[in-house]
Design a binder for this molecule. Structure first.
Ligand code: SAM
Length: 238
């Protein structure tokens, strides 16, 4: 997958993709991540990327021209119907579809190329949304000061689900949300720490009992924190 990030703060991304799974995926050629400064695509001599809102009101709005120029340069067209196969232009916005693990999985499985627009100020001129954007995505019901942290969330969640990104030692199969439940609790050595003991069942080597305990704990945790997920829960936890 090739991911292009469009931002007015390219420095924000610094080393954020240079750790753990994302770093390994980059080194293995599973993903390529490029960060572009939107100002480079501004056409006026002051390299303006924002302007005052029509109709008045507070704040600034990101101008359409640099974004259209950037998408045209990256995808070869500003015609959404003519984007290369498997390409998406994602706008991060609190007004978008809330991001869920199922959507992340779908994107990881179907998208080869993604241009991600990071908004700032009051947001982006709506004509960008109307003409260029294929997916408007929110990472949650709260308002960030910019799309950059949301882009990190989206990229991280997607890249770890790309084939081979997790490596053989770990799997996303039993992660929270993958089977409709939250994950079960995990323990490691020592078996007793400051008087707190690891549940006996995890030490006895009986895989059927361990599986059943994990499923039970996942259900309990989901019931406690995310009752809304329980409708449709179907899988195993382990
Ligand atoms: N006026 C906008 C509104 O109320 O919907 C909020 C703009 S916000 C201050 C600036 C930028 O941060 C947005 O354009 C978007 O790119 C990003 N952003 C803020 N909250 C977000 C969220 N929950 N999910 C994704 N992006 C978000």
């Amino acid at each position: 997958m090739k991911i292009d990030l469009l931002t007015i703060f390219p420095e924000f991304f610094g080393q954020v993709f240079d750790f753990g799974i994302i770093r390994r995926a980059k080194l293995a050629g599973i993903v390529e991540i490029n960060v572009y400064d939107l100002r480079e695509f501004a056409t006026d001599k002051h390299k303006m990327t924002d302007d005052r809102p029509f109709g008045g009101g507070d704040g600034m709005v990101m101008k359409p021209e640099p974004i259209f120029a950037a998408v045209e340069s990256l995808l070869g067209t500003c015609d959404r119907d003519a984007y290369p196969k498997g390409a998406k232009v994602v706008l991060l916005s609190p007004q978008g579809h809330p991001l869920k693990q199922s959507r992340v999985r779908d994107l990881a499985e179907t998208v080869d190329r993604m241009v991600i627009l990071c908004g700032r100020y009051e947001g982006i001129d709506e004509r960008v949304n109307e003409a260029l954007v294929t997916d408007e995505i929110s990472i949650g019901d709260y308002v960030l000061s910019g799309g950059e942290p949301a882009a990190v969330v989206l990229v991280d969640a997607m890249v770890r689900l790309l084939p081979e990104a997790l490596g053989s030692e770990t799997s996303a199969e039993n992660d929270s949300f993958s089977n409709g439940l939250l994950d079960c609790p995990h323990y490691t050595r020592p078996a007793e720490f400051r008087g707190m003991k690891v549940p006996e069942v995890l030490l006895n080597g009986n895989h059927a009992e361990i599986e059943s305990w994990r499923r039970q704990k996942a259900l309990e945790k989901t019931k406690k924190f995310r009752k809304d997920l329980l409708e449709g829960a179907n899988g195993e936890c382990g």
